[in-house]
Design a protein around this ligand. Structure first.
Ligand SMILES: Cc1cc2nc3c(=O)[nH]c(=O)nc-3n(C[C@H](O)[C@H](O)[C@H](O)COP(=O)(O)OP(=O)(O)OC[C@H]3O[C@@H](n4cnc5c(N)ncnc54)[C@H](O)[C@@H]3O)c2cc1C
Length: 373
């Protein structure tokens, strides 16, 4: 089968980029699993945070905001974002970190503000008085409906004539005069351009094309849900995060979503939670919050995959014609997806203008990692 673009990986990155490209091109989206979003995309904390990540992430998150607040007609029946708020908390010995963290946030979240311990406890009275000394509030943090977002992109992709091929692991990638011949479990596909949106496996896909990997590091992050503190509703709480990213928690489905914010390097795999990481998170959270964590309702883990400089990789690989990277989204792949997809479609097709500033686009160019190896 012949296409203009073949996108490898139907997580949020591949699905959103494929949907953009399908507007005018013949696009196949191939996925190894039987359903899109099975890996990292289906396992996130689902928080839209303009105050999170480095300057490139903040720029791409801000550039995605208009779409998330006001998606095109027919994209979704339900709102994609819901107000939540987030408070970074600090103990007495961490208080010096508050200004450090707050300052770079202000250009993106003008109403972010410092809070003292009592002000924080007005939001979450169960936070321990002898633990929380201060912090800051990001009032613009929002919950994302990740399933609605992913399904919206997939619906748009199909509507534009794109072909989603599940149970179709890419196993071979051969350069030919006019593009790539790809072997999948479902058959052979040919296209001049392949978009590598394989998440934790993106370096493996590069190897199939005969390219040296770029040094992506998948890092496991654990999450679990527990009952809320006894006799309290927690549905209205903001996200509460330790200022040194040692834990965070937020309301979810009538319970409390918790994470130790772990970043354990892992080979690409179907990540599973470790009991020790769950216990570490429970212990840290019980020190900060008046809660007895006895029963874990559900736990899971996913791989957040980073480039060595923690900046995503977006652009053509200068070593192989028609090989395009869309990888290394780390812990920010959902909140940046609309802008990443639009930029990838513009760069890969070479036809349209991008709204993203030149220095941000350049910071994501794969060339930087090839030069530094
Ligand atoms: C606990 C946790 C919390 C997070 N919280 C947030 C958050 O609050 N906000 C946020 O924005 N982000 C968050 N993230 C990060 C976010 O989930 C990721 O950045 C994003 O999902 C990455 O999407 P992806 O499409 O690149 O990867 P994936 O969703 O992993 O998709 C890659 C796909 O490629 C497929 N694939 C791989 N190799 C092949 C092959 N050879 N052939 C065919 N298919 C292949 C895989 O099967 C997979 O489906 C979190 C992640 C975790 C784990």
């Amino acid at each position: 089968m012949n296409f203009d673009f073949i996108v490898v990986g139907a997580g949020i990155a591949g699905a959103s980029a494929a949907a953009e490209l399908a507007d005018g091109y013949r696009v196949a989206l191939i996925e190894r699993e039987s359903r899109p979003g099975y890996h990292t995309t289906g396992r996130s904390a689902a928080v839209y945070l303009k105050s999170y990540g480095n300057a490139v992430i903040k720029a791409m998150t801000a550039a995605s905001e208009a779409f998330y607040h006001n998606p095109d007609k027919g994209f979704s029946e339900v709102p994609l974002l819901h107000p939540r708020g987030m408070i970074m908390i600090a103990r007495q010995d961490q208080l010096h970190r508050v200004e450090e963290e707050l300052t770079p946030v202000l250009p993106f979240v003008a109403d972010a503000r410092r809070l003292d311990g009592d002000e924080i406890r007005a939001f979450v009275p169960q936070l321990r008085k002898d633990y929380v000394a201060g912090g800051f509030l990001d009032p613009q943090a929002e919950d994302m409906d990740v399933d609605a977002i992913l399904q919206g992109f997939l619906r748009r992709f199909r509507k534009r004539g794109g072909q989603l091929l599940t149970d179709s692991e890419l196993t071979g990638l051969e350069a030919e005069d006019d593009g790539w011949r790809m072997t999948t479990r479902g058959g052979e596909l040919v296209a001049p351009v392949v978009i590598n949106a394989a998440g934790a496996w993106a370096d493996e896909v590069a190897k199939l094309a005969g390219l040296d990997p770029l040094g992506l590091i998948p890092k496991r992050r654990t999450a679990f849900i527990v009952d809320p503190p006894k006799d309290t509703g927690c549905a209205g709480w903001p996200v509460i995060a330790d200022i040194d990213e040692q834990f965070y928690f937020r309301p979810e489905s009538g319970g409390l979503f918790c994470s130790p914010a772990d970043e354990t390097p892992s080979p690409p795999c179907d990540a599973q939670p470790e009991e020790l990481d769950v216990a570490i998170a429970a212990d840290r959270i019980m020190k900060a919050l008046d809660i007895e964590i006895r029963h874990i309702r559900r736990s899971w883990a996913g791989l957040r995959t980073f480039a060595p400089d923690k900046t995503p990789i977006v652009g053509f690989d200068p070593r192989a014609r028609g090989f395009f990277w869309l990888a290394g989204q780390g812990g920010y792949g959902i909140q940046t997806a609309p802008a990443m997809a639009a930029l990838s479609a513009a760069l890969a097709s070479g036809t349209s203008q991008t709204r993203i500033a030149g220095d941000i686009v350049e910071a994501m160019n794969p060339q930087r990692l090839i030069d530094s190896r």
